[in-house]
Structures are given as structure tokens and as C-alpha cells.
Design a protein around this ligand. Structure first.
Ligand code: SF4
Ligand code: SF4
Length: 346
């Protein structure tokens, strides 16, 4: 559909925010005008984004998605928004809850001017196995959205992440497209580790655990059944006393590699018919999957546009600075995402 010239695949566009207050609609609009649209009139184009977990305060406001939808419509394209269901309990585990959360966060069809959908279907079963052929995954299971969608806008909130160190386009393509089973396969190396001296025995971890793996023992402290645990990290994220940390069942880099493999397999389906936009705004320690407020770790920088997920994340890291994520997540080998992407030819 679109020429995959080396020059355009390496191109990066950046609209910087200069000391203003958001939402930064005009800056996004300026970026969109410069982006080459790889779509044709009448195409059906999916905007992939994360509308935030219920109660989360750092998700991107719907104003930006509306600008993107309008830009597509002005080009004669038919946009729709989509996300997928998640592993953990809360406002996005079931499709109907996730759509309700989208509404609560302002992502309504009437505001955006286009439909809002769940790509893995209302029952979470609208999924497809894609060939991968990498070290960890021969196949990856993701939302079955590729045949009925002509093109994609991968719109990512660039910020920190508890397990990936940072979250941007690679993560949006990977966890963002993955079926719940594939999400589970990627999280399989994560387990909670209790620091008993910090635990207040509040019970939050037991309450939020979606599998029953977190329970109280006879000593009054919680324990986590590794046979039942799916590694969703919800207990770790919710613990108000910061009494839990990640225990990696294998090398911590394996999670990064699995993330990259899933993203690479998805990218093989949509390369040449996609554009990517990273919003370097409200850059918080954690992703938008957690309710509540996360500390901001860097000032707003602007919007980046590009045509390759690894390139846009590399450049976003360069703008925000490696130290931002090293300080926020000192134990996470996030740079493995880039070295591994290079090794597998992504
Ligand atoms: S949420 Fe944290 S503080 Fe509360 S019981 Fe679980 S580990 Fe302990
Ligand atoms: S114990 Fe395991 S399954 Fe339960 S919330 Fe924690 S990481 Fe998720």
C-alpha cells in the first residue's frame, strides 16, 4: 500500500511544547499536518490507544484522539478507536467494563466523532495466532483486527512502567494488541515478593488479586501462590505500603524480550500502513493501568510522529533522557528492548 523507503522509516517529527498549559491541541494538529498519511480515501483506520484504568489520573485526555480522528476524516478516512481487554481486575478486564471506563474518561463516540471498540471482542475471543518464530514465541496471540482494518495510528502515552521501565509505541503494539492469554505469557516471569517488615497487613493485595493467588497465611501476613499467580503485578502496583517488589522467575530481561517479540510480530502485519504518535506528556513513573495518581518524573515535552516503533521509542528516550527511567526503575533492564529489537531484525 505504501512505499517502505528507508528514509521515511527513519524519519522523526517532533512538535515541542514550550511552557504552555495543556491540552496541547494545536501542537498535535501541527504534527499531524506534517505526517505522511499512508491511507486512502474510504479506508477504515484504527487508532490504538489506552484510555486509562478506572480511577487513573494520568491517562491522555480524549481531546488528542479527537484531533487524530478529525485529521483522518479530513483525509476521507473512516477512523475508529480501539483497545483490548486486560488481565487484572478493575475497569478494563471485561470488554463492557472497559467501554464504560472509556466513557467515564470522555472517550465517547459523540465527543470523538468515531466509534470506540474492543478489538479482542466482547468475550475476549476475537483473537488470532500470528507467526513469530523468535526465541520465546513461535506464535503470538493478538486481537484479530488486521484483515478488517486498512491502516493504523499507534497513539501512545510515553511514560514509565513498573515492568518495562518505560512504555511507548513498542509496548502499545505488544501488550496493547495482545490477547489476554498472550498478556499472561508475557507476564509469566513476574511474581510478587513480600518485604514483611513493610507490610501493614491491610489486605489490599488479597482483595485486588484476580486469581486468588494472594492469600493471608496463619502468621497474618499475605503469601502468593506461585502456581496460581499469573504475574499481572496488580498486587505490587496497589500495595499502599510499597511492601511488594517484583521477583523475576527468570532473567528480568526476558520480559523485555517477550514484549519486543510480540510487538515485532504485530508490526509485520501493519508495517507500511501505519503511523505512530508518542505523546511525551504527563510523564509519570507508572503506566495508566493503575488507579490513582503517579508521580510525574519529567516535564511535558511534546508530540512525536514517526513510521517505525523502535525509532520513535528510541528518540522519545533521547528527548526525555535515560536517567529519568533509570532513576524511576533502577532494577529494570529497559534498554534490552532496543538491543533485542536489533538482534531479531525488528
Ligand atoms: S497490600 Fe501490601 S501492605 Fe497490604 S497486605 Fe498486601 S503486601 Fe501487606
Ligand atoms: S499474586 Fe500474582 S495474580 Fe495475584 S495480583 Fe499479584 S501478580 Fe497478580
Amino acid at each position: 500500500m505504501w512505499k517502505k523507503e528507508e528514509s521515511i522509516m527513519n524519519e522523526i517529527l517532533f512538535e515541542e511544547i514550550q511552557g504552555m498549559q495543556g491540552p496541547y491541541r494545536s501542537e498535535l494538529r501541527r504534527l499531524l499536518k506534517k505526517l505522511v498519511m499512508p491511507f486512502h480515501r474510504g479506508d477504515r483506520v484504527g487508532i490504538k490507544l489506552h484510555w486509562g484504568e478506572r480511577g487513573n489520573k494520568s491517562f491522555l485526555p480524549p481531546d488528542y484522539a479527537r484531533e487524530i480522528a478529525q485529521w483522518l476524516q479530513e483525509g476521507g478516512v473512516r477512523p475508529f478507536l480501539f483497545d483490548t481487554t486486560v488481565l487484572y481486575s478493575g475497569g478494563r478486564r471485561k470488554a463492557e467494563d472497559s467501554l464504560q471506563t472509556a466513557v467515564e474518561h470522555g472517550y465517547t463516540e459523540s465527543f470523538l466523532g468515531c466509534p470506540v471498540t474492543i478489538a479482542d471482542g466482547m468475550g475476549g475471543r476475537c483473537v488470532i495466532d500470528l507467526p513469530a518464530g523468535y526465541r520465546h514465541f513461535a506464535h503470538v496471540q493478538v486481537a484479530d483486527i488486521f484483515d478488517q482494518t486498512d491502516g493504523f495510528v499507534i497513539f501512545s502515552h510515553f511514560k514509565g512502567h513498573m515492568e518495562a521501565g518505560f512504555g511507548g509505541a513498542i509496548k502499545n503494539l505488544s501488550m496493547g494488541f495482545a490477547s489476554r492469554a498472550q498478556k499472561q505469557r508475557m507476564h509469566a516471569d513476574v511474581r510478587p515478593l513480600l518485604m514483611p517488615e513493610k507490610c501493614t497487613k491491610c489486605g489490599t493485595c488479597v482483595e485486588v488479586c484476580p486469581t486468588g493467588a494472594a492469600q493471608f497465611g496463619d502468621d497474618g501476613l499475605p503469601f502468593y501462590d506461585h502456581e496460581v499467580c499469573i504475574g499481572c503485578a496488580q498486587c505490587i502496583g496497589f500495595c499502599p505500603a510499597l511492601a511488594l517488589k517484583i521477583h523475576w522467575e527468570t532473567d528480568a530481561a526476558v520480559f523485555q524480550e517477550k514484549l519486543v517479540e510480540t510487538a515485532a510480530a504485530v508490526w509485520r502485519q501493519i508495517e507500511g500502513r501505519s503511523v505512530l504518535i508518542n505523546a511525551l506528556l504527563n510523564i509519570t513513573t507508572e503506566c495508566d493501568c493503575w488507579p490513582g495518581e503517579n508521580p510525574v518524573i519529567h516535564a511535558d515535552r511534546g508530540f512525536m510522529g514517526a513510521y517505525h516503533p523502535v525509532r520513535i521509542d528510541e528518540e522519545s528516550i533521547r528527548i526525555v533522557g535515560e536517567n529519568t527511567f533509570n532513576q524511576a526503575h533502577p532494577d529494570i533492564p529497559w534498554s534490552r528492548q532496543f538491543s533485542y529489537a536489533g538482534e531479531i531484525g525488528f
